[in-house]
Design a protein around this ligand. Structure first.
Ligand code: ADP
Ligand code: ZN
Length: 731
């Protein structure tokens, strides 16, 4: 045996796994140069395909499959807060649960960092200058700094025409001083003892229970449910206050953060300062500042959308999910996950409590309460003696609107009375645009999207027909594209623009405001609309689901639902549950202050269980019967569900992959596969789609089954299979 070669005798070279924000199956190994000492969680720069990429040192044992001489070296460790252990476990957890490549999940946590890798470092001359030798290069740097300091490294090196090594040497010898740019506007500390409202006895009890879950500093989940206007928000803000007193950070998730101006104003009243806000439309500079502040623990409370889950909280003490039943918490693109569920996971991995809040909790959450997994706190009455609104159904078969109109006489009368009393009224229709369908009166042709299985929706204000799925638009044609009949295209059915037009005819005096995503496009528009309503500059609000969420308008006393049946068509698993939730939330906007509220639901199916539940205000009973019907078929939450969505640029490929998946379908006790079948949206954005559903018993783990199923089928070019674990939409 020959003695070991000298250059190998220093022990094995150190290698570390680095997870990169790309859809690879796992981390890659890199060699660690002797001068570096990266730890798990460190954000590092590494070479990848001749580029430099940012990744995170991961924990999995290095995989020795790659021989040492093939390894590339870590380039450097970035001066950015390392990713904590619980956030790393969270990334792994979501990846495993949703069957996503871990790098895709990591990308959501790194999106900000990658934009702002290097914190802004500025250079100055040292004062006094140490007595060291000045080479011409060094002198040039000092000359530049004499003209302009502080100075960014890029500018400095360019103007002095020297290499970065020179600058580094000068920093080491103390000739120049590097400093981080002033920590930009860090967030002020919310004051937990700022004046809050005096809570009622019931509110106090609930607040005490929530505070206790915070001070226990361990994982728990509490459902906070209570009728609209009962003070749930005020009460969970007490839990936030408790978290602040503990010196820990709190995260509050809202479904539509960009439209939550009222919530933020409310927070400000309670705590004296605004919270840090997080959503994907923030200017990148603000994102960077916020991200940094969260990582350093100097953003005590963050209110945010789904993506706030991936912020680097070093010490989270509370996660609140408001309007937990909202489908907006489900991310449908890329990594498909439900932020409500993942918030609970994040809380568990961080050892802190979670509070799920809703007036209409999801069946999932209710089932978790029933099974004893979640705690339950309830607020049973509206605050300050306000009563729940009175609800009436308008049977459209008995009292139909005038021909070509959509508001029935009883609804019109009720709006009129409301306006005459000087109160505000709202008309609700969950459909944007003027009309959902445009038809040729002459030949019957229907205007359809060329890329999707969908009708084009007329948007009259824009003089366009628009596909709500792919965004395809065409100008409204002057004649039928098929039979060329002139002026024969007719709008069928109402959208919100059409209702506004009708309202203008019927209530010409009323000052009207449309609230839909086309007219309320961001936080400022939403805040302006809310203020106009609060200041009673508006009499009649016409809105889509955008008005259903969370708003508190004290002078609004009447809500008219133009088409209560809308969400029930299509036969989705959760159609009834969601319709009840949405209509109950909308109804909850009425009569939140002294004056009593009234709600009218226009429907063709007044005997439907959904309508009866709303009429009787008995959501518990409705949810119980809904639970019963799902339990029988082992549908969620009493079974587990995953959807496979096959899509391809050709129908043949889509059919082939779907058929192969059908052949390879898993079999066994408690396993059911439904499909393949054409998706309801058989064509979407030009891609052909087929669906399969995997349903398993609750005690069966669905991910391993999915993994081996997917591995058994080869997907040809142009085709793909997307997995949606716990699907909530079946399009
Ligand atoms: P929810 O979140 O249950 O819909 P909110 O927390 O929005 O209810 O409360 C409804 C309204 O009543 C808000 O304007 C809120 O500020 C007010 N409110 C609730 N509780 C109190 C209280 N104890 N004292 C004063 N105002 C309260
Ligand atoms: Zn389309």
């Amino acid at each position: 045996m020959s003695p070991p070669l000298p250059h190998l005798s220093f022990g094995a070279e150190r290698r570390i796994p680095v997870l990169l924000p790309f859809p690879f199956p796992g981390p890659f190994d890199y060699r660690v140069p002797p001068e570096l000492d990266p730890r798990p969680g460190d954000v590092v720069l590494v070479p990848l395909n001749r580029r430099e990429e940012v990744g995170v040192v991961w924990d999995s044992p290095p995989d020795d499959a790659v021989p040492p001489h093939k390894l590339k070296s870590v380039i450097g460790i970035l001066d950015t807060p390392p990713m904590g252990e619980s956030l790393r476990r969270f990334v792994d957890w979501i990846a495993a649960y949703t069957l996503s490549p871990p790098g895709d999940v990591l990308a959501m946590a790194l999106r900000v960092v990658s934009g702002a890798i290097k914190p802004v470092v500025l250079y100055r001359r040292a004062d006094p200058l140490p007595r060291v030798r000045l080479t011409p290069h060094r002198q040039r740097i000092l000359d530049v700094l004499a003209r302009r300091e502080p100075c960014l490294a890029v500018d400095l090196l360019r103007e002095a025409a020297v290499s970065s090594a020179i600058l580094r040497g000068m920093t080491e010898t103390g000739l120049v001083v590097a400093e981080l740019a002033a920590a930009n506007a860090p967030f002020q500390r919310p004051d937990p003892d700022h004046t809050g409202p005096a809570l009622s006895a019931q509110q106090q009890d609930v607040a005490a229970a929530l505070r206790k879950s915070v001070t226990e500093r361990s994982f728990s989940v509490t459902l906070l449910d209570g009728v609209t206007g009962s003070g749930k928000t005020e009460v969970y803000l007490e839990a936030v206050a408790a978290c602040l007193r503990e010196g820990r950070q709190a995260l509050v998730m809202l479904p539509e953060i960009a439209l939550s101006s009222q919530w933020i104003e409310r927070f400000q009243r309670r705590f004296g300062v605004a919270p840090a806000v997080w959503h994907s439309d923030l200017p990148s500079r603000v994102r960077k500042i916020t991200w940094q502040a969260v990582a350093e623990g100097s953003a005590p409370v963050v209110v945010g959308a789904r993506s706030a889950l991936f912020l680097p909280f070093p010490d989270p003490g509370l996660v609140v999910v408001d309007e937990e039943h909202e489908s907006a918490f489900k991310q449908q693109d890329g990594v498909v996950y439900n932020a409500r569920d993942m918030a609970v996971v994040r809380a568990r991995l961080s050892g802190c409590p979670a509070i799920l809040v809703s007036a209409t909790p999801s069946l999932e959450t209710v089932a978790n309460v029933d099974a004893g997994r979640y705690l339950h706190q309830r607020l049973l009455s509206r605050h300050g003696g306000a009563s729940m609104p009175r609800i009436d159904l308008v049977d459209l078969r008995e009292t139909p609107p005038e021909r070509g109109r959509f508001l029935a006489p009883p609804l019109i009368a009720a709006v009129r009375e409301t306006l005459e009393r000087g109160e505000q009224a709202m008309l609700f229709l969950n459909r944007r645009g003027y009309a959902p369908l445009t038809l040729c009166r002459h030949c019957g042709h229907r205007m359809q999207c060329p890329n999707c299985t969908a009708w084009l929706v007329e948007h009259r204000t824009r003089a366009q027909l628009l596909c709500h799925h792919c965004g395809h638009t065409v100008p409204i044609p002057p004649e039928c594209p098929v039979c060329s009949a002139k002026d024969s295209l007719t709008p069928v059915g109402p959208g919100i623009e059409r209702i506004t037009e009708e309202a203008a005819l019927v209530f010409p005096e009323a000052r009207r405001l449309i609230m839909a995503s086309d007219t309320i496009s961001g936080p400022h528009a939403a805040a302006a609309a809310a203020h106009a309503i609060e200041a009673r500059e508006v009499d009649l609000i016409v809105g889509t689901q955008l008005v259903a969420k969370g708003w508190h308008f004290p002078h609004l006393t009447f809500v008219g639902v133009v088409d209560a049946d809308l969400g029930l068509a299509g036969g989705e698993l959760r159609a009834s549950e969601r319709t009840v939730q949405l209509l109950h939330q909308v109804s909850g906007r009425a009569g939140r202050a002294e004056a009593p509220g009234r709600v009218m639901l226009q429907t063709f199916i007044p005997d439907h269980p959904v309508m009866l539940a709303l009429l009787q205000g008995d959501l518990d009973a409705f949810m119980a019967s809904e639970a019963e019907s799902r339990r029988d078929g082992e549908w969620p939450p009493y079974g587990r569900l995953a959807a496979l969505i096959v899509s391809a640029d050709s129908a043949i490929v889509a059919d082939t992959v779907a058929r192969d998946l059908g052949w390879a379908a898993p079999r066994g006790e408690g396993i059911v596969v439904l499909g393949p079948a054409p998706a309801p949206m058989a064509l979407l954005r030009g891609r052909h789609r087929r669906r399969l559903l995997l349903k398993v018993r609750r005690d069966v783990s669905i991910q391993p089954i999915l993994r081996s199923w997917l591995a058994s089928v080869k997907v040809p070019r142009g085709g793909r299979v997307d997995v949606d674990v716990d699907p909530i939409s079946f399009l």
